[in-house]
Design a protein around this ligand. Structure first.
Ligand SMILES: Cc1cc2nc3c(=O)[nH]c(=O)nc-3n(C[C@H](O)[C@H](O)[C@H](O)COP(=O)(O)OP(=O)(O)OC[C@H]3O[C@@H](n4cnc5c(N)ncnc54)[C@H](O)[C@@H]3O)c2cc1C
Length: 387
């Protein structure tokens, strides 16, 4: 078997890259995906929200493109007369900072406005006026996104990319990549568990939380590691009206989902086992619920309906994606380490990686600030708004 481009990993990122390559019509593409159920893939376990409120210009640009893409996805990824539905809700993110600790959020708002992100700066009185359900007693500042933010059904997005890519001739191979065949600094083929060796001109590592082992087959130490995050779903007896996605000063986030809510927060325990997908219920009881009820008193009366855990594909280098050619390897492209942003940045990543492979340069949005080379140069991206 052979293809111009072989992609390891058929989640939202690998499938977006496959789609954009196929749309160019210039190359044959095989996606190797070991789990067609996607039961453990980040793309199926995501909170699938999108924000413009980053402080890194390249991330803001990718989110802007992501929102436009998802708004038009019915048209964009239609297969014959079947249009994907992803339930996109446009409602802002509300970032909150405690009194005396406003400096970071203040700086973020300045950068966002300079980059044309529509964000409103709200003092505590204005916050209380605007969001009657919010406890503002210990708050110093809020920042509310006015457009291009919200949430959607991530699993449907991933399936829409996959379905459209297949309709354009991309082959999805249900198999596991087990190694790379190399000649000097070139990858010549991908080895698989069941389908033998697949000869390829370019290989893309889009293996999500498992991207580091793939890069290691080519001798590159990719600083990406799985980090467990639990999402808790609950219902509330007296639902707060028009809740946006709230990112509290304590680090948790909460947003509406169907007729209830979902909430999540930072990693609860340091990850030891990359295969551990057990929900950390103690995080909800010991940390999140008290913080939720403090910030939004209506959440004192809630009932948890379920919880699940997924893995962030965390860039341990600087919490930002690593996209580009692998240092020291001629033809291994990496698209990994999205650190909680991969759903919203998948459309821009697919377009950018396809440009880099087929045209040799970025033609639309310049993703070079996220290049993998920055690891070798030791140049970290400092993002103020990390969730
Ligand atoms: C709890 C949680 C909440 C999140 N919330 C958000 C959010 O609100 N907004 C946002 O933008 N992002 C969010 N993210 C992040 C986002 O979901 C991920 O960045 C994105 O899904 C990554 O997509 P991916 O395709 O790179 O990885 P995945 O979806 O994990 O896909 C990688 C695929 O590679 C396959 N694979 C791996 N190794 C091999 C191999 N050797 N051979 C064959 N196949 C292989 C796997 O089976 C998998 O299907 C969240 C993630 C989690 C876990």
């Amino acid at each position: 078997m052979r293809a111009d481009v072989v992609i390891v990993g058929g989640g939202v990122v690998g499938s977006s890259i496959a789609l954009h390559l196929a749309e160019g019509g210039q190359c044959s593409v095989i996606v190797i995906e070991r789990a067609t159920s996607y039961a453990r893939a980040s793309s199926a376990l995501s909170a699938s929200s999108i924000r413009q409120q980053f402080t890194t210009p390249v991330c803001m640009g990718m989110s802007r493109h992501g929102f436009d893409f998802y708004r038009d996805i019915g048209e964009r990824l239609a297969v014959e007369d079947e249009r994907p539905e992803i339930g996109l809700v446009e409602r802002g993110y509300l970032y909150l900072a405690e009194a005396g600790r406003e400096a970071g959020l203040e700086a973020a708002v300045r950068v966002q406005r300079a980059n044309a992100v529509p964000v409103e700066r709200l003092e505590p009185l204005a916050l209380a006026d605007r969001f009657a359900w919010l406890n503002v007693e210990d708050l110093g500042l809020g920042a509310f996104g006015l457009a291009g933010e919200g949430w959607f059904d991530g699993y449907s997005v991933m399936q829409a990319f996959r379905k459209k890519a297949r309709s354009l001739g991309v082959v999805y191979l249900h198999d596991e990549a087990t190694g790379l065949a190399m000649t000097a600094s070139r990858v010549t083929a991908v080895e698989t568990a069941r389908s033998g060796t697949i000869v390829s001109g370019v290989v893309v590592d889009a293996a999500g939380p498992h991207a580091a082992p793939v890069a290691a087959w080519a001798g590159f130490q990719l600083p990406v590691a799985p980090q467990k995050r639990t999402v808790f779903a609950f219902r509330c007896a007296e639902p707060p009206k028009d809740l946006p996605l709230v990112v509290d000063a304590s680090g948790f986030y909460v947003r509406p989902e169907g007729d209830g809510y979902i909430a999540g927060g930072p990693a609860w325990l340091p990850d030891a086992d990359p295969d551990d997908l057990d929900a950390d219920y103690a995080q909800f009881d010991e940390a999140m619920w008290p913080a939720l009820a403090h910030r939004i008193p209506a959440f004192e009366r809630i009932r948890m309906s379920r919880a699940w855990a997924g893995h962030y594909e965390m860039s341990t280098f600087d919490h930002n994606a690593l996209i580009g050619w692998t240092p020291g390897v001629d033809n291994l492209m990496i698209a990994a380490g999205f650190s909680g942003h991969g759903m919203q940045h998948a459309p821009a990543t697919g377009r950018g990686v396809a440009e880099l492979i087929t045209k040799g340069r970025y033609e639309t949005l310049d993703l070079s600030p996220l290049s993998v080379d920055r690891v070798v140069r030791g140049e970290r991206i400092e993002e103020l708004n990390v969730i």
